[in-house]
Every structure is written in structure tokens, then in C-alpha cells.
Design a protein. Structure first.
Lengths: 304, 346
């Protein structure tokens, strides 16, 4: 392969430009500049911190026990005592929504982390060594992508068994193709680059060059992918539990709460479904905005 | 305009058809693996939750689960070739006939939603691309980001609350047709078409009323990717040299926009439609559950609840095959739109 193919040269010049820019002003200043230029990203960042805080301290902050029932308080509309009202057995909806943040976030973080690691390994191997490994991997990924992904996740959970762990595995499996393809492309364009040859000549093993020298170059686009994927993973997990997979009923979880609330919407008790649904929407919206913002930071050319 | 089908195009179509074979094979393998090579006893799965040791043993023999895996795969292939997806425990019917009888309901909903969403998102994307940075461009961006963040099941419930409970203009969200109407005679299985054929306009209106809310729910979900792609494709097309030339030649703005730019922008949009269809098939499951729509999605959800294993796997396989075939159609359509395309180049 020719060393100075146009895409590689272009990428490297942009990268070095970006590096010199951030070296001049420091990464913090660059971050500040981007956040000021794009207030929406700032908003997303604030929302993100809020969601993380809910996940970390939700159990301590919740005004009521999310599992404590009280028949006398059933189906109360939102009020000063119960901000989001109460459900059919008198549980406080606000507490349940708050506490559920940790579970929903953990499921999607675990799933995204799994697909990140597995996708990186598969994509790295396929992109660096190529050949039949590459072809086999591509065929497998094509086959996974040939399924409507939510439907495949349903099938996997149905086959593996109806537990939270299996929701995580299913979500991870349907996300692997995105990461593997990204890493494969990023590794592939660099496997004959000058710095890689230099590293090989200096006596590094192939594996070491791949892991230490080539892979870090794929991290910026991977971060964008992670952020965009997080929102999707949350939606996916909530969707699976909405149809009754994974999380079991008394556990507070957004998808289940919307499913339970759906039975009451036709009789006008809107708060049961609307608040968990809104919370879920805000969480997904935050990660999507954050992903778009990160993309602007990492690759200004792709801004739309 | 009549285009002669060249031998090159013919080769491209045949090549694309050949590409479908390994993917279909892969789909069948995955669906086989989902049923066999997993922890636990598949025979117990297929026999259902209420089965005792004897009936499990019986199922094991009838499914050939006591034979080695490669042989099982061949038996599975043979069954598929005969259109046999197994027996559903909950309905007592063959899964294939269950799916076939419920598929039109899902397709009617999905196609209606895609139609609605194309009617809204393509003009939105075109207008946003015509004036980048204008109010309509910002509207487009907000709609796009909000649209991908909407959980479909939540939008559906919200729409039911607003249009059924508060405003009272939507019918109760229970299925395809209110019980006061009679089902039209089954010809295509699409109520709107069947009622139109029977000239039963009362039923037609009734069916449309039931259809409109779930279709809007699904359409809102698919709006985002189509609008985003239309905008990007139009921007690319409008900034290309042939548009500059067309403008310089003094063609009307209308002609430049719709005949030159839009036709070229259509190609990536059609490709995106394939991907959007995949999302829609997934989201269908959720929307069908919310609106008690008797399609294959709610069939699968009901089957999941009672661990009706053959039904779920049949559904997954059917969806995948549907999706592969749709992508094939889109690619073939692509050759019709743009004769330059050859698949072997990819």
C-alpha cells in the first residue's frame, strides 16, 4: 500500500493541526471555547452531570422508599408531597423514577462497555492483519446487521433467558458491529503509516504496535460513537423491559414504569407513564446532544 | 423515457441477487443457533412451561434434538424449505400460518407510517437545505435530534392520552377496527384496501381512524433519519458543479431544484429508507403492544410472555428475511433510478 494515500495524508494533517491548536491553547481552553460557541452542548453537559448525580445519589435523595406501598395514597395526582404523584399501589413515582436512573444507566453502560471492548478487539485484529480473518468477521457483522436489531435483541433474550444480564449481553451484541467496523477502518488506514513502520523498526512486536501505537488513534471517533450509542442502548433496554423482558415488576425501571402506567392512561391517570417516559427521553436526548457536541470537537468537518 | 436494459445492468442485478444468498444463509444459521446451541435444554423450551418429563422427551424426538448438531441443522433447513417454522404452543397453530395471517396488519401499519413520514420529512429536509441557517433549518435540526430521542412506546401513550382521553377525537386504542364494524372480506389483508375493494366506506373510515395514531407514532420515530439524510444529500447536490452550470444556463430555480438537485439527492435518501425500515420493524413491536394492534409484533410479545419459543424464533427469522428482501428490492430499485450503479464495484 502506498504510504501517502490521500485519506491518510489528509487525516494526519487535520490531526496535527488539531493537535497544534490544542497545544497552543491547552485542552481546557479548547473545551471552554467549544462549549461557549455551542450552548446546546453546554446544556447537554449540565444535564449529563445531573443524570450521573441521580444515578450516584438517587437512593439517598429519594424522598420515599421506592418499593413501599401504601393503599391509602393510591393514584394520587402530582402534589407538594408527591411531586410526580403515586401509582396504583401508592408508591411515590418521583422516588421510583429517581432510583431507576442507576439501574437504567448501569445496564446501558455495561452493554456499551462490552461492545466497546469486544468490538475493539475484533475490529483491531481484522483491520491490522486483514486476510481471511477480515472477510470472516465482515460476513458475521453483515449477518448481524441483516436482522432488525431490536428484534434480534428480543430473540437473544428469549433464548438466553429472561434476566438483566442477558438484556446487557443482547444490547452489547447488537452494538458490536458499529464499534468493530469503526475500529477496523481506523486501524486499516494506519497499518502501513510511517509512524507504524518506525515503531516496528524500533523492535516493537506487532501486537504492541497495534495496541500502543495504532489503537489510540481510533479513540476520538470511538468516544463519539459511545455517546451516541449510550442513548440508543438506554432506549433499547427500556424497550425490552417495556415488553416484559429483563427487569421484574417491583423493581423501579423506566420501561416497566411506562408499561405499568400505560394501563391507566385511558382512564386519565397520566402521571404514571408520563414522568418516567419524560425522564427516559431527557436521558436519551442528553446523550444524543452530547454525542453531536463531541463530534464537533473531534471532527469539525462532519458538523451538519 | 425508455431505458434499454443493458447486459451490464443485467449482470449487476444477478450479482446483487447472488450477494443475498450468503446473508440469508447467515440469518438462518444465527436463527438456528438461537434455538439450539444455547444453555439449557431446547426440548424443554419448545415443550413449553407446562410440559412434564414425558412430553419433553417426545418433543426431543420429534424435533430430532437427540441427533448431532450438523444433522439437526440439515433437518432445520429441510423444515424451513417446506415452510415449517414449528408449532406455536399458545395458539396451537403452525407458526408460519400464524405469522402469515398477522403480517398484513403489521405491514399496513409500517407502510402507512413510512408514507406519512416521507411526506413530512422529505419536504422538511429539502426546505432546510435550501436555506441553511434559517428558521426552518433550525426547526429541522430540533426535530431531528428530538425525534431520535423519543421512545416510541412513550410517544404512543402520550398521543393516546391527548387524542383519546383529553380531546376524545381518536377511537379507543384497541386493535385495527372498532367492534361496531365488520371486518372486510380478506383479499389482501390490508383493511384499507379490502374495504375499498368492497366499497364499504364506513368501514374504510373506521379502519383509517384506528390506523392513524399508531402510524403517527411510528412516523415520528422515522422522521429524523430521513429528514437528516434529505438535508445532507440536498446540500451536497446543490453545491455541485452541475447545479452551478444549470443556474448559469438560466434554468428556472424550480427546474434546477426539482429536476436536477432533487433527483440526485434521492439516491442516498432511498438507501436510508432501507435502514429506517429496519428501525421501524423493531419499533413496530413496541407500537403494536401500546395500541393492541394484532400484528406479528404483538404476536411475538404474547409468545414471549408465555415462553412460546418456536413462535418467537419464527418471528425473528421472518423479520430478518423480510428485511433482507427489502434491502434487495431497494438496491434493485437503485439500479432503476441510477443506471451507473454496478454492485460488483462495491
Amino acid at each position: 500500500m502506498n504510504q501517502s494515500t490521500p485519506p491518510t495524508a489528509l487525516d494526519e494533517s487535520v490531526l496535527s493541526e488539531a493537535q497544534s491548536a490544542s497545544n497552543d491553547t491547552g485542552f481546557g481552553a479548547h473545551l471552554l471555547y467549544v462549549l461557549r460557541a455551542n450552548p446546546v452542548t453546554l446544556l447537554a453537559f449540565v444535564l449529563f452531570l445531573l443524570i450521573v448525580a441521580c444515578a450516584l445519589f438517587g437512593h439517598a435523595l429519594a424522598p420515599y422508599d421506592p418499593l413501599a406501598t401504601s393503599a391509602g395514597d393510591a393514584l394520587q395526582p402530582p402534589s407538594a408531597q408527591h411531586w410526580f404523584g403515586t401509582d396504583s399501589v401508592g408508591r411515590d413515582v418521583f422516588s421510583r423514577v429517581l432510583v431507576a436512573t442507576r439501574l437504567d444507566l448501569s445496564i446501558s453502560i455495561a452493554a456499551v462497555a462490552l461492545s466497546f471492548v469486544i468490538g475493539s478487539i475484533l475490529g483491531g485484529i481484522a483491520g491490522f492483519w486483514g486476510g481471511w480473518l477480515d472477510s470472516v468477521l465482515n460476513r458475521i457483522l453483515d449477518t448481524i446487521m441483516a436482522f432488525p436489531l431490536f428484534v434480534l435483541a428480543m430473540g437473544i433474550v428469549a433464548a438466553l433467558g429472561n434476566t438483566i444480564e442477558n438484556i446487557i449481553y443482547a444490547t452489547a451484541i447488537i452494538n458490536i458491529p458499529f464499534y468493530a467496523r469503526l475500529v477496523r477502518a481506523e486501524v486499516n488506514i494506519r497499518r502501513d503509516a510511517g509512524f507504524v513502520r518506525a515503531a516496528r523498526l524500533a523492535g516493537n512486536s506487532k501486537l504492541r504496535v497495534l495496541v500502543i501505537h495504532i489503537f489510540p488513534n481510533a479513540l476520538p471517533p470511538m468516544m463519539v460513537q459511545v455517546s451516541l450509542n449510550m442513548g440508543w442502548a438506554i432506549l433499547n433496554a427500556a424497550g425490552l423491559s417495556f415488553i416484559g423482558l429483563g427487569v421484574r415488576p417491583p423493581t423501579p425501571e423506566w420501561g416497566i414504569m411506562v408499561a405499568e402506567g400505560a394501563n391507566f392512561i385511558v382512564s386519565g391517570e397520566w402521571w404514571l407513564a408520563v414522568f418516567p417516559g419524560l425522564w427516559l427521553m431527557i436521558a436519551v436526548f442528553t446523550f444524543n446532544l452530547l454525542g453531536d457536541g463531541l463530534r464537533d470537537m473531534v471532527d469539525p468537518r462532519k458538523r451538519t | 423515457m425508455v431505458t434499454a436494459i443493458t447486459s451490464r445492468q443485467c449482470r449487476a442485478v444477478l450479482g446483487r441477487l447472488a450477494q443475498t444468498v450468503p446473508v440469508l444463509f447467515g440469518v438462518v444459521v444465527i436463527s438456528f443457533l438461537l434455538t439450539r446451541a444455547l444453555p439449557g435444554d431446547p426440548a424443554a423450551y419448545f415443550a413449553g412451561a407446562a410440559a412434564d418429563a414425558d412430553s419433553i422427551e417426545q418433543v426431543r424426538e420429534s424435533l430430532g434434538l437427540d441427533k448431532p448438531l450438523p444433522q439437526q441443522f440439515l433437518i432445520y433447513l429441510g423444515d424451513l424449505a417446506r415452510g415449517d417454522l414449528g408449532q406455536s404452543i399458545s395458539t396451537g397453530q403452525p407458526v408460519a400460518s400464524d405469522l402469515a395471517s398477522r403480517l398484513p396488519a403489521s405491514l399496513e401499519l409500517t407502510l402507512m407510517a413510512l408514507l406519512l413520514s416521507c411526506c413530512l420529512s422529505i419536504p422538511l429536509g429539502v426546505m432546510a437545505a435550501m436555506r441553511p441557517g434559517s428558521a426552518i433549518d433550525h426547526l429541522c435540526r430540533v426535530v431531528v435530534t428530538a425525534g431520535v430521542s423519543l421512545p416510541t412506546f412513550f410517544t404512543g401513550i402520550l398521543l393516546i392520552y391527548i387524542f383519546y382521553y383529553l380531546l376524545g377525537i381518536a377511537p379507543s386504542p384497541l386493535g385495527r377496527l372498532d367492534f361496531i364494524y365488520l371486518e372486510p372480506d380478506r383479499i389482501t389483508g390490508f383493511y384499507l384496501i379490502d374495504a375499498a375493494i368492497a366499497r364499504d366506506w364506513e368501514t374504510w373510515t373506521g379502519a383509517l381512524k384506528q390506523l392513524i395514531l399508531p402510524a403517527i407514532t411510528l412516523a415520528l420515530f422515522t422522521l429524523a433519519p430521513i429528514a437528516r439524510m434529505t438535508r445532507a444529500a440536498m446540500l451536497t447536490a446543490l453545491s455541485s458543479d452541475f447545479i452551478r452550470t444549470a443556474r448559469a444556463a438560466g434554468l428556472t430555480e424550480r427546474k434546477v431544484l426539482f429536476v436536477y438537485a432533487f433527483r440526485n439527492a434521492l439516491l442516498p435518501v432511498v438507501t436510508t429508507l432501507g435502514m429506517v425500515f429496519s428501525f421501524t420493524l423493531g419499533a413496530n413491536v413496541l407500537v403494536e403492544k401500546v395500541f393492541a394492534w394484532p400484528g406479528i409484533g404483538s404476536y411475538a410479545v404474547e409468545a414471549l410472555v408465555v415462553s412460546d419459543y418456536a413462535a418467537v424464533q419464527g418471528f425473528v427469522l421472518a423479520m430478518a428475511v423480510l428485511f433482507v428482501l427489502l434491502n434487495l428490492c431497494i438496491d434493485l430499485l437503485y439500479t432503476a433510478i441510477d443506471p451507473r450503479i454496478g454492485f460488483d464495484a462495491q
